[in-house]
Write a protein that binds this ligand. Structure first.
Ligand SMILES: [Zn+2]
Length: 204
């Protein structure tokens, strides 16, 4: 049995003002992260930060265009949401996303049928709630740490408490023997082929 302990750290809702701060921390600790971006947040100003992310070994994936509840959409609307963002990412960093995180983790069969992308969920820390302190975010993430886990946090506009939490989470995970990898690497290292029609929180 393998004793390897690997985890993927992921961030939703960017690119935003805190994304460069997350990248600073990742760079300082020499670890990659995976960013699930919203197409409508990609502006000419975010090109540089997205390219920097990729140059640091991070991955950029798809979190829809408008961050709406997509279970209320038609197939055409779902495809438009996903294709817009994949196109923007490809245009910006030259790599087409392989993974999709549904806004609000709201999913139905129509969504799975509309795209080839594999859906990724994760365990988080309610880090969109301002009343959850950085210390509490850190504690919740560390208490859930397990081999093969996808950690789900948010680099949303102004979310400085998550920046603060991440600066504690990464060194603690490393201390506990975890290696941080991207979402693609998680599948590769576990020798698991991402399946269409499934949504993963653990890959193992
Ligand atoms: Zn989101």
């Amino acid at each position: 049995m393998s004793t390897e302990k690997i985890i993927a750290l992921t961030f939703d809702d960017g690119p935003a003002d805190v994304t460069p701060q997350i990248l600073d921390i990742a760079e300082r600790h020499g670890v990659p992260a995976s960013f699930f971006v919203c197409g409508n947040n990609i502006t000419p100003e975010s090109f540089e930060v997205m390219r920097r992310a990729v140059s640091l070994g991070c991955e950029i994936h798809n979190h829809s265009r408008t961050h709406s509840d997509m279970t209320k959409m038609s197939t055409d609307e779902i495809m438009a949401e996903i294709d817009f963002t994949s196109g923007k990412v490809e245009e910006t960093v030259g790599i087409r996303p392989r993974f999709f995180r549904p806004p609000y983790i709201a999913v139905n069969q129509l969504m799975h049928d509309a795209t080839d992308l594999t859906f990724i969920c994760g365990l988080g820390a309610e880090d969109w709630l301002d009343e959850v302190s950085a210390e509490e975010r850190y504690k919740r993430i560390i208490s859930q740490a397990e081999d093969g886990l996808v950690i789900l946090l948010h680099d949303a506009q102004g979310n400085v408490k998550t920046v603060e939490a991440v600066d504690m989470i990464i060194p603690e995970l490393k201390k506990q023997g975890y290696e941080l990898v991207t979402v693609s690497q998680l599948f590769e290292r576990k020798n698991i082929t991402p399946k269409r029609g499934e949504m993963y929180t653990f890959v193992r």
